[in-house]
Design a protein around this ligand. Structure first.
Ligand code: GYE
Length: 307
């Protein structure tokens, strides 16, 4: 039998890492693109993903996370609907020894060791970009400029931080006045409804709309046009996300500025999961780089948009 090599008794089975992902909902085009990006990146890799969609319910997110713990997944990723209230469930996950990745929105916890990393945009900076555009656009105007604001989901990071960044930039310029501000939950229908209410209550006083996402903006544009007003002219519109439909309205002149927020977080997430299961250290914060689009640059961008 000389020269004959024995096969190892056991073949080495490489364990495929399992990721449990609690997605917060499906309220917007951004969200749908975010979900597809994550599912596609997982499918292209050797990470197995289990996704639960909570449809805006934090309680459903808790349930999903507890189920992932039961299933003994290797990593849990959470896109949290609101910022507060996460500490107890994250403690449970910690006890089970499962690493957590926070994706997109943030969790407001005093102990940041409850998660490995937070992957997502700088929403505060997005709000600042929106404000800076207005300072520039109305630089020679001293009369009051009436602003209405469509806010996203109450208690969610992008709504809190965009609103704050925006306010911080316009704060020392007293001609800018936020005359109405209300939540419209990041949806088109609600955006239209709330904008209608603003237009009704503030006839003739609205010069600017700052909207926390494109879906609400599309609804607001409908409300503005129904009144015979011209979006982009009678009312200057600044919006956040950068979906194809918003970029189209931008190039048509119905929106004045789109602040980009990138939903394509799948590659970053899957990369992070792979590093975590290998035991590697990764940065505590992973921020996506983002742009702003104007009526001039919109057309060039539309061709590349998948969402
Ligand atoms: O801007 C909005 C979505 O959390 C960044 O949520 C995300 C926001 C996004 O509904 O369109």
């Amino acid at each position: 039998k000389a020269g004959h090599q024995e096969l190892p008794q056991e073949t080495i089975v490489r364990k495929v890492p399992v990721l449990g992902f609690s997605q917060l909902g499906s309220e917007s085009a951004w969200r749908l693109a975010n979900t597809s990006s994550i599912m596609e990146s997982a499918a292209e890799s050797d990470v197995k993903i289990m996704m639960e969609n909570a449809e805006q319910s934090q309680d459903k997110q808790f349930e999903a996370i507890r189920e992932f713990v039961k299933q003994k997944v290797d990593v849990i990723a959470v896109a949290p609907v609101v910022e507060t209230g996460w500490e107890p469930v994250l403690r449970e996950v910690e006890k089970a020894g499962i690493p957590v990745v926070i994706i997109d929105r943030y969790v407001d916890v005093s102990d940041t060791s409850l998660y490995v990393t937070h992957i997502g945009s700088d929403f505060y900076e997005e709000g600042r970009k929106a404000g800076k555009y207005l300072l520039d656009k109305f630089s020679d105007q001293r009369e009051p400029i009436g602003i209405v604001e469509l806010k996203g989901t109450e208690g969610s990071t992008p709504s809190i931080a965009r609103g704050k960044g925006f306010r911080d930039v316009i704060a020392n310029h007293s001609q800018f006045r936020i005359i109405e501000s209300d939540h419209a939950d990041f949806t088109t229908d609600k955006g239209k409804e709330v904008m209608k209410k603003f237009l009704h209550e503030r006839k003739g006083q609205i010069r600017v709309l700052f909207s926390h996402n494109d879906d609400m903006t599309l609804g607001a544009i409908e409300a503005i046009e129904q009144l015979g007003l011209v979006p982009g002219k009678d009312i200057v519109i600044v919006t956040v996300d950068g979906t194809r439909r918003a970029l189209e309205k931008l190039s048509e002149g119905k929106i004045n500025l789109v602040v980009e927020c990138n939903p394509l977080l799948g590659p970053n997430l899957i990369q992070a999961v792979k590093e975590i299961v290998k035991g590697n250290t990764i940065p505590k914060r992973i921020v996506t780089t983002e742009n702003v689009f104007t009526q001039v640059t919109a057309a060039g961008e539309i061709v590349n948009r998948s969402y």
